[in-house]
Design a protein around this ligand. Structure first.
Ligand SMILES: Cc1cc2nc3c(=O)[nH]c(=O)nc-3n(C[C@H](O)[C@H](O)[C@H](O)COP(=O)(O)O)c2cc1C
Ligand SMILES: Nc1ncnc2c1ncn2[C@@H]1O[C@H](COP(=O)(O)OP(=O)(O)O)[C@@H](O)[C@H]1O
Length: 295
């Protein structure tokens, strides 16, 4: 049983589709297979329009497997694949290579050259080939239809609550701890500066969340943006881990976002910034400790 798609974020709409895929695969005693593209075809067709992703391919595969998927195929997208007509794609990839017995898709699935194939055509092709076919209805969140682009929009607006509701889990980013101005420690709040972040960075501002390093979780106060108080414009992602005091330069740090507390401000002096940081850290500690205790 096969589902094809990008599955960026593996949001609640994707999750319903995957659970349907797994259910039908188990019923028919065949493997549940996700066929995804790496990179997303947009990187070849219109790279200037490629949005930052919500997840790396590795993270996507891990979450999909957690939902019961037996095999995730990350197809190294190339021109030859993108040039196949919808009928050729169906025959060559689904029938010949994957030997699919059935398909589960969402209503907005398009395939083949110029996205010419839709679910109506896919249904006909499956019928002709004697294959099972199911379209899963989209999932809504309030009045919004859940999609990867809606999740991206919420994160870019700093609306972490809405993103969490659509994802069905906390949004997270991962990076390597790099060097900064070594000012954080002078303020009494050392901040690990995340570099090499491969996924979408939320809107500028101050957040509370959970930092995970070497498999251990800590409440975290996170600042995304410049340091206008010190006349520095360059955007940084800075993570203060609460109740932690180790040198972690060069290590991998993962951050999950719980809520946005405020926007970045320009403070009159260092003392004013420090007073606000105390308040931020207290709020972050309260919220994130509760979250960690619930896990
Ligand atoms: C929770 C938190 C909130 C912050 N808010 C602001 C802010 O509103 N304005 C600002 O100029 N800097 C803010 N900062 C950034 C500090 O100025 C920054 O951490 C400090 O300059 C240390 O930089 P460094 O890591 O390069 O040493 C904040 C940092 C944290 C941890
Ligand atoms: N509680 C903590 N949260 C984050 N980093 C910490 C913490 N305690 C110690 N560190 C270490 O201190 C560094 C951050 O200190 P900071 O003075 O802000 O330096 P930099 O400007 O180089 O980031 C981190 O990279 C990490 O190695």
């Amino acid at each position: 049983m096969v589902s094809i798609g990008n599955f960026d974020g593996v949001h609640r709409g994707h999750q319903l589709m995957i659970l349907t895929l797994v259910l039908h695969a188990r019923t028919q005693k065949i493997p549940a297979i996700v066929f995804t593209f790496d990179p997303h075809p947009i990187h070849l067709l219109r790279p200037e329009h490629a949005p930052p992703e919500l997840m790396t391919i590795e993270q996507r595969a891990e979450v999909l497997q957690g939902l019961g998927v037996d095999c995730v195929i990350a197809y190294p997208t190339d021109r030859a694949l993108l040039n196949l007509t919808a009928e050729e794609f169906f025959q060559q990839v689904l029938c010949d290579q994957l030997q699919a017995k059935g398909m589960v898709e969402g209503p907005n699935f398009y395939f083949g050259k110029n996205r010419a194939g839709d679910v109506t055509l896919l249904g006909q092709l499956c019928d002709q080939a004697g294959m099972f076919f199911k379209v899963v209805e989209p999932t809504v969140c309030g009045s919004r239809m859940i999609s990867s682009s809606e999740v991206r929009k919420s994160i870019q607006e700093g609306d972490i609550g809405e993103a969490t509701r659509m994802l069905g889990r906390l949004y997270q980013i991962t990076g390597t701890v790099g060097h900064g101005a070594e000012r954080g420690r002078m303020l009494g709040f050392p901040t690990a500066n995340l570099t090499e972040i491969k996924t979408l960075i939320p809107a500028d501002g101050v957040y509370c969340g959970v930092g995970e390093i070497a498999g251990k979780q800590y409440p975290a106060a996170i600042h995304i943006g410049g340091n206008p108080t010190f006349q520095q414009d360059e955007t940084k992602v800075e993570v203060h881990l609460i109740g932690f005091s180790e040198d972690i330069y060069g290590q991998i740090l993962q951050v999950q976002f719980l809520d946005r507390l405020r926007g970045t401000q320009t403070f009159a002096d260092t003392d004013a910034l420090k007073s606000q940081l105390l308040i931020d850290v207290e709020s972050a500690k309260k919220l994130a400790s509760q979250w960690i205790d619930l896990q």
